[in-house]
Ligand binder design. Structure first.
Ligand code: UDP
Length: 505
């Protein structure tokens, strides 16, 4: 719902599953009940107040993914919670904030000007004007990521508030780019009582002493992560246009279908032409926003090299692996670029991917699929990602930088072994090399990537073991309840004004 005369939008979160639904499931009951018990103090203290979550997009990417269950479950236990999304008609704003995002990750041109500062402040002032009509003194403002960062100071000019900044990004080292970004953001940090990061390595000097680490988590009943029976998986793949219908289904096709990039770069419904083979072939998948830092390009090249090197598969000693090597396909999937409001670089990155794909030999092209997943319906998009992850033999997240990497958690939850790297900090928080999958050292080392991918494909027994351990680990550490428990504790202590720096609450 857009606020009249304001770029700000209030996101409607459908009621969906309540905490009781999780408590009704045997293996989720302990974590859900523990959260309910721990949150009771925060719920009491929050009576009469609203928790405001503010982010910069309601769809696409990890932040939007996480906020919906947080808002829903907090409401369900009796906390008045709202989610507002800032907006701007000026595309220069999201170009600037994307630059800041990249700079925090240590890349890009560190020159930030006074006119950048003015733009950042102006757009946030426009949004603050809308928010000011809704927020009440004593409310809790939780601002997500750098885009809406100035809001705390702008709103605190008008009324007393409890303020928390949640950064979903960060880098475990410093360089000119990160210093430029934190220098640019520094004047806005003072208005926050507390900050939250996904890893201790990310806490910048300016926020030392008032930061907490909270790991994101997945919602096991969301359309993205809920169990899909075999019939449902097939039906979602058919209805999403990813495979042709093998036989009639109860529900018809989704209104907007997944598209696939052809060898000439043109888009066509994904089920047309030769089948991708999602139901029968070994499939290696990466699902991410079209962002250079997601490492799609080195993955594409490493996979092409794997397919082109006959020495990687020894027919005589391991005929099954030889067959797997012949059949395996790479699926690189991301949202249609127009669907992610705060990511203006997506279209350009997709074009780079198409260009790299177009010049590949036809024999390799047929084993690589660039997929565009429609964002028109968040639920249908989530179901397609869910089915694609379940159809995968291995899920890769080859990010050069990664705040956390929910795509990794999602695949681990589905018992799919992960291939990622230890250079990016997010994957390291989740994946233990040799236990939940494999971590290479360098996502841009295409030789290492190719070698480890091949080894994982050859090791069926290892893949099963990694998948089991991975799911167990998500169960123990990365479900939405762990995250909620930490938020409840943090909000309660923020209200009591007693927080200092803590790692993993
Ligand atoms: N995602 C999606 N559809 C897509 C591509 C990505 O729903 O076409 C989701 C993905 O499943 C995950 C989130 O976007 O939940 C990405 O979160 P992650 O933490 O991996 O990276 P971010 O985009 O926040 O950098």
């Amino acid at each position: 719902m857009r606020l009249p005369g304001s770029p700000l939008e209030l996101v409607e979160v459908a009621p969906g599953h309540g905490l009781q639904d999780y408590e009704d499931i045997a293996h989720l009951a302990p974590a859900a009940a523990e959260f309910r018990a721990e949150a009771s103090g925060a719920v009491k203290r929050l009576t009469g107040r609203t928790v405001w979550m503010v982010s910069s997009t309601a769809a696409g990417g990890g932040v939007a993914e996480m906020l919906a269950p947080l808002v829903r479950i907090l409401r369900d236990i009796g906390v008045r919670t709202q989610w507002a999304v800032i907006g701007s008609r000026d595309p220069a704003f999201f170009e600037l904030t994307k630059r800041l995002h990249n700079l925090i990750h240590g890349t890009g041109d560190p020159k930030l000007t006074d006119s950048d500062r003015d733009l950042f402040q102006r757009v946030n002032r426009e949004n603050a004007a809308g928010l000011r009509q809704l927020v009440r003194p004593g409310d809790v403002l939780v601002v997500h990521d750098p885009q809406p960062l100035p809001l705390a100071a702008l709103l605190r000019e008008a009324m007393p508030l409890h303020t928390i900044w949640r950064s979903h990004i960060g880098l475990d080292s410093e360089n000119t780019a990160t210093r430029a970004a934190w220098g640019f953001l520094a004047p806005h940090l003072g208005a926050y009582d507390h900050a939250v990061f996904s890893a201790p390595e990310y806490i910048p000097e300016q926020l030392a002493g008032r930061s907490t680490v909270i790991h994101p988590g997945v919602d096991p009943l969301s359309p993205k992560n809920r169990e899909l029976a075999l019939r449902e998986t097939v039906e979602v793949l058919c209805n999403g246009g990813l495979i042709p219908y093998p036989s009639p289904t109860v529900h018809g096709p989704f209104p907007v279908l997944a598209q696939r990039v052809g060898p000439d770069g043109a888009l066509a419904p994904a089920y047309l032409g030769e089948s991708i083979g999602l139901l029968t072939r070994p499939i290696v998948t990466q699902v991410s926003r079209w962002d250079r830092l997601k490492g799609f390009l080195p993955l594409l090249r490493a996979f092409a090299a794997l397919k082109l090197s006959p020495d990687m598969s020894d027919q005589a000693t391991d005929p099954v692996h030889h067959r797997r090597h012949t059949l395996v396909r790479l699926v690189l999937a991301g949202p249609e670029p127009a669907g992610v409001a705060d990511d203006p670089e997506a279209a350009g990155v997709l074009e780079e991917m198409k260009a790299a794909y177009r010049v590949m030999p036809p024999a390799v092209q047929k084993d690589i699929v660039l997929l565009l997943l429609p964002m028109a319906s968040p639920v249908q998009n989530a179901l397609m990602v869910n089915a694609l992850q379940r159809a995968s033999t291995i899920v890769v997240q080859n990010s050069l930088r990664e705040g956390f990497g929910l795509t990794i958690t999602e695949a681990m939850w589905k018992r799919i072994p992960i291939l990622s790297n230890s250079r990016a900090c997010g994957p390291r928080q989740q994946v233990r090399d040799g236990l939940d999958g494999r971590l290479i050292r360098d996502p841009e080392d295409e030789v290492e990537l190719q070698r480890v991918l091949n080894a994982m494909l050859a090791d069926s027994e290892g893949r099963q073991r990694w998948g089991r351990t991975a799911q167990r680990s998500v169960h123990d550490r990365f479900l939405v309840f762990h995250q909620l428990r930490n938020w409840a504790r943090l909000i309660e202590t923020t209200l009591l004004d007693q927080v200092g720096t803590q790692t993993e609450m």
